[in-house]
Ligand binder design. Structure first.
Ligand code: CMP
Length: 284
């Protein structure tokens, strides 16, 4: 449908004396067909490769192929903010996603019935925020203020929708169903669960493969999606005793993260397919 045709439809066609309104589907169809013309904001090679490196570490962007990553980098626009500046205000409309290049920012939220803002988290380089308003077309769900002078890169709604959105939503949907069944995560709200989904990675382990080694340091936490694993602990006679077995929806590897201690046992895969998660922050 051409733009002209669409506009005619949008105004409503006259059928007898009744005016029909344009349906969301028709709009969606036209909208899809509208050519995507990404922004191209000039950047030095230095900034470009620094962005590439940082995006490669970001949960939201690292699964993009090189071509899409280049489109995203072209479209990103630098925004410098000073300590104390408000970047996002809860309740307002939003049409960009922010990617933190340098500095740090604080995220707070006013919950219904509360006068005070509740602190949620700090954003540091490599993290992104402001995706909810774009993913779900909702007002900003929290406020973000710069703690120190920071450099952000914004990504406009159109580029986000074309390049990043589908992959982000798909990943959240697939894993959310699984995580909602894990009892350890019962106390998390939907948003906290969605952030975990962003950093989940499904990995296959071969039977007999050691996933965790006793005594090593650890920054990963594992959920079993399918298959089985077992834990062993070294004994005084130089061998190892089998101390625990894990099946689907069980988890392991949490102690090193909660208590900041070396791995207390080794865990070996009995059969394939585990989902693994890497936490940036320690579990509370
Ligand atoms: P958005 O709603 O677009 O703008 C505010 C941002 O704060 C939001 O997207 C998320 O990126 C971020 N945020 C961090 N923690 C939360 C939370 N618990 N609930 C809602 N938004 C959050």
């Amino acid at each position: 449908m051409s733009l002209e045709e669409f506009q005619k439809t949008k105004k409503g066609s006259v059928v007898g004396k009744q005016r029909t309104s344009v349906s969301a589907e028709v709009y969606g169809l036209w909208n899809k067909k509208k050519a995507f013309a990404p922004q191209n904001i000039p950047k030095s090679d230095e900034i470009r490769s620094a962005l590439e490196e940082r995006l490669g570490q970001s949960f939201m962007f690292r699964s993009l192929d090189q071509k899409d990553q280049a489109v995203v980098i072209n479209a990103m626009e630098e925004k410098q903010v000073s300590a104390g500046d408000s970047v996002i205000t809860q309740g307002e409309d939003g049409d960009v996603l922010y990617f933190v290049f340098s500095g740090s920012l604080k995220c707070t939220k006013k919950f219904p019935g509360q006068d005070e803002e509740t602190f949620l988290l700090n954003y540091t380089p490599g993290m992104s925020f402001g995706e909810l308003a774009l993913l779900y077309n909702t007002p900003r769900a929290a406020s973000i203020v710069a703690i120190e002078d920071s450099v952000l890169y914004t990504l406009d709604r159109e580029c986000f929708n074309h390049i990043v959105r589908d992959a982000a939503i798909k990943k959240r949907e697939i894993y959310d169903e699984f995580l909602s069944k894990v009892s350890l995560l019962d106390s998390l709200d939907a948003y906290e669960r969605s952030k975990i989904c962003d950093c989940l990675q499904s990995t296959v382990f071969q039977p007999g493969q050691e996933i965790i080694t006793e005594g090593a340091t650890g920054d990963k936490f594992f959920f079993i999606e399918e298959g089985k694993a077992y834990a062993t602990k070294n004994n005084s006679s130089g061998g190892a005793d089998r101390v625990f077995e894990y099946g689907p929806l069980d988890y392991f590897g949490e102690l090193a993260l909660i208590k900041d201690v070396p791995r207390q046992a080794s865990v070996v895969a009995e059969v394939s397919m585990l989902a693994l998660i890497r936490f940036r922050r320690k579990l509370r």
